[in-house]
Design a protein. Structure first.
Length: 342
C-alpha cells in the first residue's frame, strides 16, 4: 500500500504542476495515470505541437513542456503509478480516501485530485467503409511525429483547430497537403483560418470545401487512395500516402463516473474558489472540471491547482495554520529545503 497526502488522478500538465504547488506546502503526492508516461494529452496526442499560451514562453513544444514540468517537480519526489487506471474509491475507517487501480495498486491519502481531463479519449471516426482496415497503415487519428509525413502526400479532414493547425504545421514538411471540410465555414481560430486560406490561394494547400471522404482504397501494404465527394467536382479519387481525419475526441470518464460526483457533459461540477466537488476532500482541476466562466486552457488549470492546494492543506493538516510565501522570497535554496522536509 502507498501512503501519501494527495492522490492525483492524471499526470498531464495540470496534474504535474499540482505536485509543485503541493510541494511548496510540504504535501506529498502520488499520481495515477492510464498512460504509460507522464504528460497526458501533450505526449499522447501532440508531443511535437507548439503551445503558445504559457506565460514567459512565446512557444514551446508539448513534449518539452512536459519535460520542464517533470524537472520542476523533481525535488519533491512524487510517486507514479503509470499505465494503471484508477478503478475504485472508498473511505477508510481512519477517514482517508483509498483508491485501487486495475493492477491492484492501493493508494491512500486524505485528498483526491482529479486532473485527468475528461478521462480517456477516443478519436471520433468518420463512418467510412473499410476505414479500420487501414488504421496504422495510412490512416492516423493523431499526429505524433510530423517527420513521419515528410515528402508524403497527405489529406487532412476536418474544420476545427486541430485540422487547421496541422495543415499549417505540415505544409512545409509534406510533399502535398489537401484539406477537406464538409462545410464552407471553419470553426477554428480566425488567425489560423486566415493563414490557411492564404496558403490555399498560393497553391500550397489543396482546399476542398463542401466535400468529404466517402471511401478509402488500398491493399495489404496500406492505404493508396481516397474517394472524395464534392459539391463542386462531384466524386473523384485522389492518390495519397496518409489520411488524417481530425473530427475531435470523445471523452470517457470510466470508473470515475461511479464515484458519486456531480457531473455534466462539460465535466465534473466544482465550487469556487477552491474547485472542490460535491464530495468533501475530492477536487477537480484542469479540463476535468466545469464552473461558470470555465476556460479549458492549460494556463487556467495551473491557476486552479494553485488555489486548490490551499484548501487541500486544511484537510491534511486541520490543526496547522497555512503560511504562504512567495517563491521569489524563498529562492532556490528555500525550495530545496521544502522538498527535503517532505
Amino acid at each position: 500500500m502507498i501512503q501519501t497526502d494527495l492522490i492525483i488522478i492524471g499526470a498531464g500538465p495540470v496534474g504535474l504542476f499540482t505536485v509543485f504547488e503541493a510541494g511548496l506546502l510540504k504535501l506529498r503526492c502520488h499520481l495515477i495515470d492510464i498512460l504509460p508516461q507522464p504528460g497526458g494529452q501533450l505526449n499522447e496526442i501532440y508531443p511535437k505541437k507548439p503551445i503558445y499560451d504559457i506565460p514567459g514562453l512565446p512557444s514551446i513544444l508539448a513534449k518539452d513542456l512536459t519535460t520542464n514540468l517533470l524537472e520542476q517537480i523533481q525535488p519533491f519526489d512524487p510517486g507514479f503509478s503509470l499505465g494503471e487506471r484508477a478503478e475504485t474509491l472508498e473511505k477508510t475507517d481512519e477517514g482517508e480516501w483509498q483508491i485501487t487501480t486495475n493492477e491492484g495498486t492501493v493508494v491512500r491519502g486524505k485528498v483526491v485530485v482529479l486532473a485527468a481531463g475528461l478521462g480517456s479519449f477516443e478519436p471520433r471516426k468518420p463512418p467510412i467503409p473499410g476505414l479500420p482496415r487501414f488504421e496504422g497503415k495510412g490512416v492516423d487519428y493523431f499526429v505524433k511525429d510530423p517527420e513521419k509525413y515528410r515528402d508524403k502526400d497527405i489529406l487532412i479532414a476536418g474544420g476545427g483547430d486541430s485540422a487547421l493547425d496541422w495543415t499549417l504545421d505540415l505544409v512545409d514538411i509534406a510533399r502535398s497537403v489537401t484539406l477537406v471540410h464538409r462545410r464552407t465555414e471553419f470553426r477554428g481560430a480566425p488567425d489560423s483560418i486566415e493563414k490557411m486560406l492564404k496558403l490555399a490561394e498560393a497553391g500550397r494547400v489543396n482546399l476542398r470545401r463542401n466535400a468529404q471522404v466517402t471511401d478509402v482504397l488500398g491493399d495489404d501494404d496500406g492505404l493508396k487512395q481516397v474517394i472524395i465527394s464534392s459539391e463542386e467536382f462531384g466524386e473523384f479519387g485522389q492518390d495519397i500516402d496518409y489520411f488524417i481525419p481530425l473530427f475531435g475526441l470523445t471523452p470517457k470518464l470510466g470508473p470515475i463516473e461511479n464515484w458519486g460526483l456531480e457531473t455534466t457533459k462539460e465535466g465534473i461540477r466544482v465550487s469556487l474558489p477552491y474547485y472542490e466537488t460535491n464530495v468533501p476532500g475530492i477536487f477537480a482541476v484542469g479540463d476535468s472540471n466545469t464552473y461558470e466562466g470555465k476556460l479549458k486552457l492549460i494556463l487556467c488549470g495551473f491557476h486552479e491547482a494553485t488555489l486548490m492546494v490551499q484548501r487541500a492543506f486544511q484537510y491534511i493538516h486541520p490543526d496547522k495554520k497555512l503560511s504562504f510565501k512567495y517563491t521569489t522570497v524563498m529562492g532556490e535554496q528555500g525550495l530545496l529545503q521544502k522538498a527535503q522536509s517532505l
